[in-house]
Design a protein around this ligand. Structure first.
Ligand SMILES: Nc1ncnc2c1ncn2[C@@H]1O[C@H](COP(=O)(O)OP(=O)(O)OP(=O)(O)O)[C@@H](O)[C@H]1O
Ligand SMILES: [Mg+2]
Length: 235
């Protein structure tokens, strides 16, 4: 008899953060380069709120937003990660925090800020997980409560990073991009269709997003580099 191997779903699996597990790796260095580019993208203005999204699902939004959060915290900034993907939340798994209350509970006024902000094992990095999955995420993100929440949190943190759903699937990222100082689009270099990326860019531009740039994820440009190292660490 063969024993069935227990396979965990990726959404519930504890996720390794390469910038924490291996800060000296080439991939971590790449995340620090992204940090520098983000810092330089708005030289005359304070960048407080950053949205990370992509055109389609599974391109690496959560992985990239979390690691970006870590490298900014490692730089000494007081960082808050917000899991604004209230449809497919994963940040609570990544940072190993409870998800009983979170953004959805704040926006439905069932919790207060002090209850939902949790410390993580990373110094300077706090998190608001998604909270229970609500029936109407886009509506909640459009609310005035969301605006005042951003205002209140901006006074408490140096940088707030939002992980959002994909642009072409639902309106959430467009809504949030309008409220954030900057937006970064993650593109899965191996998979993403050019048309889809252009459509996402158009949608974000329509909602007056300030698109800072694109992160090419899974970009295999030479052996022994990013792609290979990443897989080496993840295995
Ligand atoms: N560069 C990479 N190399 C190897 N694995 C990666 C890379 N980027 C992401 N992954 C893996 O791919 C899967 C999807 O990544 P992630 O959850 O970050 O994407 P997402 O855009 O947030 O997905 P969703 O749309 O479902 O929220 C995860 O298991 C993650 O660990
Ligand atoms: Mg995700």
């Amino acid at each position: 008899m063969f024993k069935k191997k227990k396979v965990q779903k990726s959404s519930t699996m504890a996720r390794k953060l390469i910038t924490v597990a291996n800060p000296k790796s080439i991939v971590s260095e790449q995340f620090r380069t992204i940090r520098t580019n983000i810092n330089f993208s708005m030289p005359d203005q304070d960048l407080k709120t950053l949205l990370v999204t992509s055109s389609t699902p599974g391109e690496g939004k959560s992985t990239n937003s979390s690691n970006i959060g870590v490298v900014f915290a490692q730089e000494g900034k007081k960082v808050l990660m917000i899991d604004a993907d209230m449809r497919k939340p994963t940040a609570h798994h990544t940072f190993g925090v409870k998800n009983g209350q979170g953004l959805s509970s704040l926006l439905t006024r069932q919790s207060d800020l002090n209850t939902v902000i949790q410390n993580t094992a990373v110094e300077n990095l706090s998190i608001i997980p998604s909270g229970p999955i609500p029936p109407n995420p886009a509506e909640l993100l459009t609310s005035k409560t969301m605006d005042s929440l951003i205002e209140e949190l901006s006074a408490q943190f140096d940088m707030i990073i939002f992980d959002a759903p994909p642009v072409l699937s639902v309106a959430d990222a467009q809504i949030l991009s309008n409220k954030c100082d900057g937006t970064v689009l993650v593109v899965n270099a191996g998979e993403a269709e050019k048309d889809g990326v252009l459509k996402a860019k158009e949608a974000l531009t329509k909602s007056k997003a300030n698109i800072l740039g694109v992160i090419m994820n899974n970009y295999a440009f030479e052996r022994d580099h990013y792609y290979y190292h990443y897989y080496g660490i993840e295995e």
